[in-house]
Design a protein. Structure first.
Length: 319
């Protein structure tokens, strides 16, 4: 019985009737229930309209079978992408997680199982064609005070690259805001502190907290956002709590984004720096903190030059 109804999720079903709690849609021998919280804000339907729904729960009880359907469920976005995008359907690109505030904004994390296929580009499609296929299936509306009426809007879908490193995943999920650091709490491994430039704080948080809320749902972490100046003040006052662990291992690598990772007990900070000067300054800061000492500029530069020289000789097979 359950399998029979789950297969119907892609069908356009007919609106039969309404009451104060549900819109009832025709599933053949029974009616499925579409509750208010499962509807898209602003969408209006009439009897005999054909609508597409996602079946998310089936209850079998002595009085019969209750089937609950939704148009606002995050899983509906995933199923629609499987239906509309061949690379998702065949598994080349995988939808890893979805966070949704239906009718307004959605974040989707994706990964590619083929190194020659760009996951984000595949989901978006040429000129945004694939995203438009998905958003065209919903018809949200919002009240406009100026015109004193409901006006049509479009649900925005942000496509995020999923990566195994949770810090980098959180970094991606906070987009479009820039991120300086992602620091994990040593006392709660599902809590992260994200530090952003002072002028990007409101963008990182989003309107009424939407951006950070969606990022938290997408990644599965409780995320606290702080500006760089707030973080520095907390650090100076020793108020970081579980976020204030001293780095025990320093790993860095240069790439197109000058990625720098400062790990603390296998977890820690993920820092993206814009230029070589900033990268070197951060290396020095962590060097001083790790060895609990302050070195003068000449000694530090000499030490780094020596290490770089040794690394290059090893790469050339001279040592």
């Amino acid at each position: 019985m359950f399998i029979q109804f789950v297969k119907l999720w892609t069908k356009f079903l007919t609106v039969e009737r309404f009451d104060n709690r549900f819109i009832y849609v025709n599933l053949g021998s029974i009616e499925a229930q579409l509750s208010k919280q499962d509807q898209i804000p602003g969408e209006v339907f009439a009897s005999h309209d054909r609508i597409e729904v996602f079946v998310y729960k089936v209850e079998d009880n002595p009085r019969g079978v209750n089937v609950f359907v939704s148009r606002s469920h995050p899983e509906m976005i995933k199923r629609l992408m499987e239906q509309e995008i061949p690379e998702v359907y065949d598994g080349t690109v995988e939808i890893m997680s979805v966070a949704r505030e239906a009718g307004d904004r959605t974040k989707v994390a994706v990964r590619s199982h083929n190194p020659n296929v760009d996951a984000i580009g595949t989901i978006v499609g040429r000129g945004g064609a694939n995203i438009k296929k998905i958003t065209s299936k919903f018809h949200p509306a919002k009240y406009d005070a100026k015109s004193d009426r409901m006006v049509p809007v479009e649900e925005n879908i942000d496509v995020i690259e999923w990566v195994a490193d949770p810090a980098e995943f959180i970094y991606n999920a906070i987009a479009p805001a820039e991120v300086d650091q992602v620091i994990f709490n040593a006392e709660d491994n599902k809590r992260a502190l994200v530090v952003v430039p002072d002028n990007k704080l409101s963008l990182a948080i989003g309107r009424r907290g939407q951006n950070v809320r969606l990022a938290a749902h997408l990644t599965g972490y409780r995320i606290d956002i702080k500006s760089a100046s707030e973080f520095e003040a907390m650090e100076a006052a020793n108020e970081l709590g579980g976020f204030g662990e001293v780095a025990e291992e320093v790993v860095y690598e240069d790439d197109a984004n000058l990625t720098y990772t400062d790990q603390s007990n296998g977890r820690g900070a993920y820092i993206k720096l814009d230029n070589e000067e900033a990268l070197q300054a951060k290396k020095k800061q962590v060097f001083n903190r790790s060895f609990n000492m302050e070195v003068d500029e000449a000694f530090y530069d000499e030490l780094i030059a020596y290490v770089d020289h040794k690394v290059k000789r090893r790469e050339l097979g001279l040592e």
